[in-house]
Design a binder for this molecule. Structure first.
Ligand SMILES: [Zn+2]
Length: 337
């Protein structure tokens, strides 16, 4: 089972929008007040989760934007309509708000309504049943990098490259240059905005890449996908660039985006019943896939000095990852859940 949140666009009437805004403002003032009343249980649970999140983030969260939540018993979505109780002039009434007509693939949980960039959005928590394990036997190893965003190797079936490293580097440089310029001009608000834009752009790419990778795995009957240990990615020990250009690429390392891509691959694979194992990534790009000797690739081709094995240097990492045994749960620093 995995938990996800999906976003559904809402189309409230002006009157409904006014009501939602009023509810949101009332709601966050309740959460801020930490009222210990039994009736305000949900608000307290929020206060708690906000508090817990603040521990992760290391800062005190600001509930500035009006949001409002309903627990799963109180709302439903049906044929492009969201039905939920709203308090209208002191009386609670079931209200129908038009929304995007989508099918909710799982057990629904909390509904949260917020206004984002002028649009009303419903965040819906879903618990999704993972597919039963596939009977696929093939094993895929995935190596993430700067030059090639993702390399997937399926044992006995070859290597495939995903993403456009050159384009991603160019975009990153552009975002970086703009940020520097704005920082110099002390335009902090716009800097923040640009940063958000960059992370939305990256998230979108990671969603697309992970979808392509998992579809590729699925179509070739992969039963197990091996990825670099998430703990390693978090610590920033992942090998993201090779050779002399490492320093130049430091800024680009952006380990959180590797972390995000790995998480996306993990949950998308698990939903199809594909097992995901984490492996220790040490020396995966240097080891010879045939005899395990350590070599440094000099140019595009990796040549083993011991046994003479030759291959594309960017595929060596993924080949080795596909051969390695998965880490036991104890050694995995972070799970993909
Ligand atoms: Zn060798």
């Amino acid at each position: 089972m995995s938990k996800i949140t999906i976003q559904v666009r809402l189309y409230p009437t002006p009157e409904q929008a006014r009501l939602l805004m009023a509810h949101g403002q009332e709601y966050i003032s309740t959460v801020k007040a930490h009222l210990p009343s039994a009736v305000k249980n949900q608000a307290l649970r929020d206060a708690y989760s906000v508090f817990k999140r603040s521990l992760d983030l290391g800062c005190i969260p600001l509930l500035k934007k009006p949001i409002c939540q309903w627990s799963n018993q109180n709302w439903r979505m049906d044929q492009g309509m969201l039905l939920l109780p709203l308090s209208i002039e002191g009386k609670v009434e079931q209200t129908r708000i038009r929304c995007a007509d989508i099918c909710l693939p799982g057990r629904v949980g909390i509904l949260r309504i917020k206004k984002k960039r002028g649009k009303w959005i419903a965040d819906i928590a879903l618990t999704i049943q993972n597919a039963p394990p596939t009977d696929g036997k093939a094993i895929m190893g995935i190596d993430l990098g700067i030059k090639v965003p993702a390399v997937a190797h399926i044992r006995g079936q070859g290597t495939r490259f995903f993403g456009n490293g050159r384009y991603q580097r160019m975009m990153r440089r552009r975002f970086y240059a703009q940020r520097k310029k704005l920082q110099k001009a002390k335009k902090t608000r716009i800097v923040k905005k640009r940063q958000n834009k960059e992370s939305r752009w990256m998230k979108d790419i990671n969603h697309k890449l992970s979808r392509q990778i998992v579809n590729h795995a699925h179509s070739l009957s992969v039963g197990t996908i091996k990825v670099e240990s998430l703990a390693g990615i978090r610590k920033g020990t992942t090998r993201t660039s090779r050779g002399a250009s490492a320093r130049k690429n430091n800024r680009m390392k952006n380990t959180w985006s590797f972390y995000q891509l790995t998480l996306f691959v993990t949950y998308k694979a698990q939903r199809l019943g594909i097992k995901v194992e984490q492996i220790d990534p040490a020396h995966t790009s240097q080891e010879c896939p045939a005899c395990s000797a350590h070599n440094k690739a000099q140019d595009r081709t990796y040549v083993c000095a011991e046994c003479g094995w030759r291959g594309h240097r960017d595929s060596v990492g993924a080949m080795n990852i596909s051969r390695r045994a998965g880490l036991s749960d104890k050694r995995i620093g972070a799970t993909g859940a």
